[in-house]
Design a protein around this ligand. Sequence first.
Ligand code: SF4
Length: 449
Amino acid sequence: MNRVAIKTYGCQMNLRDSEAVAALLRLRGYSIVENESEADIVLLNTCSVRDQAEQKALGKAGYLVARKKRNPRFLVGIIGCMAQNRGGALLDQLPDLDLIVGTQKFHHVPEHLDAIIQSMNGLGPQSSTVVDLEEETGSQDTIRDHIPDAHPVSEFVSIMQGCNMHCSFCIVPKTRGKERSRPIDSIVDEIRELVANGIREVTLLGQIVTSYGKDIMRPSAGKSPFVQLLEAVHAIPELKRIRFTSPHPRGFKQDLIDAFRDLPKLGSYVHLPLQSGSDRILREMKRPYTVAAYMEIVHGLKSAVPDLSISTDVIVGYPGETDEDFRQTEQVFTEVGFDMAYIFKYSPRSGTPSAEVPDSVPEEIKETRNQILLDHLHRQSLDRNLAYVGSTQAVLVEGRAKRGENLFMGRNPAFRKVLFPATPDHLGQIVPVAITSATVTVLQGQIAE
Ligand code: SF4
């Protein structure tokens, strides 16, 4: 009665939360299984970024609770953003759910399951559905356990939870709450432990990492708490690469731009969400920066790291977006030369301010604009990758490639995927790879003697 399967929907932060829940369950004697059909307990860690994501998880939950007819001891739980967003109302649709746990209560999942199982064994008070959604001080510092060897070389580290911004299309502030940062020492200790177990790259995670520490620390020597954290992590010997996601343009002050120049482990890649290239639409979205300010950050970063690779997030078809607004987005998109991007066709998300505004841009227009940016992205990414052919890249060897015998995968400082023949001994090392060919998504080469 202790085999648990966790199915995760949504973002990297959800994957990290699921891994932490799995690690805590293992410490409590549960076993984590991949396949739901083998599980005694299934937890759905859910996403609310779009209505569609919630409908998908609801459909899945409906299918799972039906299994309880054949096996009343089978348990089903909904955790994460949709649990936080919909709460006890989920029981209207799914009265047989056993567990509903919000985004600040992940670390209580093991004790809740223990209590439910004990009550089923008649050892504890009769329990109905456990609903745990309150805010909890310090909960952000409970997401730090890892499954050993889950990722041999590169690992994600949660540094904060929540967001204080008010982007009109976004449900995150409602599902994840206010910004709550973990203490630097706790993060550094976690990373030291990971490095001692062979990890050589960490990605610092948060909904708005550039706001890290504003709730617990002060700027020091002109450096924001986030840059202070980057410096503390950078000082960990043996750690070779540091990445972070997701930042906000407002957080890119000179200290962070200088950090890209002064902290080599940061590499030459940054994710910088734009969302729109029209100041009018940015105001509608409640994104507190202008295109000119955004471009100033880009120029600052590119002077700090000339061959910097920049990825972004863009929404096309936001309510009221005109041809001229989109032309401005297209212009920024090509001027920056993004070579990785997440492009979304706007869809109203109930519970957000923009959902109150008519979704005025026709679907076919959204599709056209989406395709135009995808075509630019394809060309810009291919041009960028072809430019690497003939060069030698410092590649951190992450693991075996999905296909190809003796073929391994790694990434260069610009986060480009590289495939090359290697051996398990190369894992976790930075090796010089001579690039011989490229496609739009991947570089290929040989380890240079
Ligand atoms: S900054 Fe990001 S997480 Fe925060 S409200 Fe805006 S889009 Fe959502």
